[in-house]
Design a protein around this ligand. Structure first.
Ligand SMILES: C[S@@+](CC[C@H](N)C(=O)[O-])C[C@H]1O[C@@H](n2cnc3c(N)ncnc32)[C@H](O)[C@@H]1O
Length: 227
């Protein structure tokens, strides 16, 4: 998966933002209406509003195309991703130094070692949480070190209870559903996310995209707040 995002993005056009992060449906970039639904869900979940003063950390930000749509609601934003190519696109097309910045770094390394973490009050992880080798460790580190964070949005998580609806009955082996390095990452039930979050000191609440959204039948979103 890591190599997927690191290299596959280069196979499509340099402004093919949605294809670069695999946000396509049957090979075609997602409709603007679906993107608008994502932005609405994130804004609602993180309590973002136009002209807001929030300072956001976007973990696994990809090429910044989605993140940049949140700028009108933010005072500042740091986007991090381990894909050098995607961050080069983000820097080229979406960076605004001093306000909205991007950095190549693995999530685990950044959250353990960064020194200025108290500046963030909101965190976004859209479409990346399922790819963490130690998701519980990530949640624990965020709780321990990011003391000013009020809300975290985990977006587009694959629901283990609905894997059948996605695979039409031909479910892959258990090992693949539970492999962070597979194409979709780790499928988890809501109960698992609640437990993982509670063990790290977060309370989880769940939300679902409108039925017209391409993935509403097998994915869900989560908002974490400190316990
Ligand atoms: C599906 S893309 C989503 C990108 C962006 N959040 C969006 O929604 O447009 C998943 C991203 O997570 C990044 N990613 C996955 N695991 C990561 C990790 N451990 N550290 C940093 N980035 C990671 C990948 O490089 C990829 O850009």
């Amino acid at each position: 998966m890591e190599s997927d995002y690191k290299d596959a993005a280069k196979m499509v056009g340099e402004k093919d933002y949605w294809a670069q992060v695999k946000r396509t449906i049957n090979g075609r970039p997602m409709a603007d209406s679906d993107i608008a639904m994502i932005i609405n869900a994130i804004s609602d979940g993180l309590y973002l509003h136009s002209g807001g003063q929030d300072n956001l950390l976007d973990i696994g930000c990809g090429n910044g195309a989605l993140t940049s749509m949140l700028y009108p609601s933010l005072a500042s934003m740091l986007g991090i991703d381990y894909s050098e190519y995607l961050i080069s696109v983000a820097k080229r097309d979406f960076e605004d130094p001093g306000h909205f910045e991007y950095r190549v770094v693995a999530a685990e390394e950044y959250i353990e070692t960064a020194e200025d973490v108290l500046r963030f009050n909101k965190i976004l992880m859209y479409g990346c949480f399922a790819y963490f080798a130690d998701a519980g460790g990530v949640l624990r580190t965020l709780r321990k070190r990011f003391s000013n964070v009020e809300r975290i949005f985990l977006g587009n998580l694959p629901d283990l209870a609905k894997a059948e609806d996605f695979y039409y009955g031909e479910i892959p082996p258990w090992g693949e559903l539970r492999n962070f390095d597979s194409k979709i990452g780790i499928w988890r039930t809501e109960a698992e996310i609640s437990t993982l979050s509670a063990e790290a000191g977060w309370s989880a609440s769940f939300s679902y995209m409108p039925s017209g959204f391409y993935a509403s039948h097998y994915r869900y979103d989560v908002v974490l707040t400190p316990v």
